[in-house]
Design a protein around this ligand. Structure first.
Ligand code: TYM
Length: 340
């Protein structure tokens, strides 16, 4: 449990390493917006330092960071109520990340499934940053003494590592300084799957564009991708148990529930006995009605890149004001002379 001495604070981040997908939206962004209204401070970060653990074209990286910022705002993040910024503008992340590199153990890092997936067989050629990735992620969170971290299912292991780092730091230095965070993984769409293969995660790095819905897709593209999504020939069952062993059908039901703000149980009850010839057009209509206004607003915001940069700069200054004193106390605990 989180020690009561820590004020509840929410932190989460998204990599600007490509356009955002429906998975990012339902698993993260949409929930970030909901958290904004719960009376708890919310800090949201575009983790550009994480993005370069795999090479990024510098021009594209800047564009993608602005596009992701636009997606946050278009989805409902209000930069006056939440802190919205890009990671590299607050150097305390990288500084605490280094300290955590000295706390985390090689064995912990090498067990991370995302490291194994991304480095693949050719780990020798992967960047050192990719290996250390989860340690910087722990620093992102703990440099704010954040206590709650809303994410999709795929980040669970990284958040467990964040807890391990906080516990080991506190233990090694005999302090109760870093909170042991709570992962917040909730709702019907914590793991949105590929539209082509219900056993694989929907991802911005999948080579097939048909596998995902991008937040920048127009209405026709969204409808066409849902129409072509892989399914099975059976109609929808009347209970969730009937979806066992039908990953594609289950995925579309989950997506429908998340978009409608409902539950998979209610969706199955509504469409029981109907085939995908009925369900897919209903899902396409719902997806377009929810996503089209977001992509329209993103376009509008993107027309003013300087305006986006100003918002990120302002967010970074507010983030820095929280992070810097926590970093300085950490440096004191670790035994660094600070005499300037
Ligand atoms: P990233 O950029 O891969 O994804 C951002 C968020 O979107 C969620 N997500 C999904 N949710 C449901 N279904 C999917 N198919 C799907 N794909 C992505 C992710 O779970 C995540 O919540 N390491 C993080 C970024 C990060 C971070 C942090 C997050 C860096 N520092 C500190 C939280 C706290 C990442 O790569 O997310």
């Amino acid at each position: 449990m989180t020690a009561p001495k820590f004020t509840p604070r929410i932190f989460s981040g998204i990599q600007p390493s490509g356009g955002l997908t429906l998975g990012n939206y339902l698993g993260a962004l949409k929930r970030f917006v909901e958290k904004q209204d719960e009376g708890i401070e919310t800090i949201y970060c575009l983790v550009d330092l994480h993005a370069i653990t795999v090479w990024q074209d510098p021009v594209r990286l800047r564009e993608q960071t602005r596009e992701a910022a636009a997606a946050f705002m278009a989805a409902g993040i209000d930069p006056a109520r939440s802190i919205l910024f890009n990671q590299s503008q607050v150097s305390a992340h990288a500084e605490l990340g280094w300290i955590f590199n000295c706390v985390a153990r090689m064995g912990w890092m090498s067990r991370m499934t995302q490291w194994k997936d991304k480095a693949g067989r050719n780990a020798e050629a992967a960047s050192l940053g990719l290996f250390a990735y989860p340690s910087l992620m722990a620093a992102d969170i703990l440099v704010y003494h954040a206590t709650m971290v809303p994410v999709g299912e795929d980040q669970k292991q990284h958040l467990e590592l964040c807890r391990d780092i906080a516990i080991k730091f506190n233990h090694d230095y005999g302090v109760d300084f870093f909170p042991v965070i709570e992962p917040v993984i909730e709702g019907p769409a914590t793991r949105v799957m590929s539209l082509r293969d219900g056993t694989r995660k929907m991802s911005k790095s999948d080579p097939s564009d048909q596998s995902r819905i991008n937040l920048t897709d127009d209405a026709d593209t969204i409808a066409q991708k849902i129409r072509k999504a892989r399914t099975d020939p059976e109609p929808l069952p009347d209970s969730l148990e009937g979806l066992a062993g039908r990953p594609e059908a289950r995925n579309l039901v989950n997506i429908y529930a998340a978009l409608a703000g409902s539950t998979p149980e209610a969706v199955v009850a509504e469409f029981a006995g109907r085939g995908f010839g009925t369900f897919k057009p209903a899902l396409a209509d719902l997806a377009v009605s929810r996503l089209a206004p977001i992509s329209r607003e993103m376009k509008r915001l993107m027309a003013d890149p300087a305006g986006i940069d100003r918002i990120l700069g302002d967010g970074a200054a507010r983030a820095e004001a929280i992070a810097r004193p926590i970093l300085e106390r950490t440096l004191d605990i670790v035994g660094m002379i600070r005499s300037r």
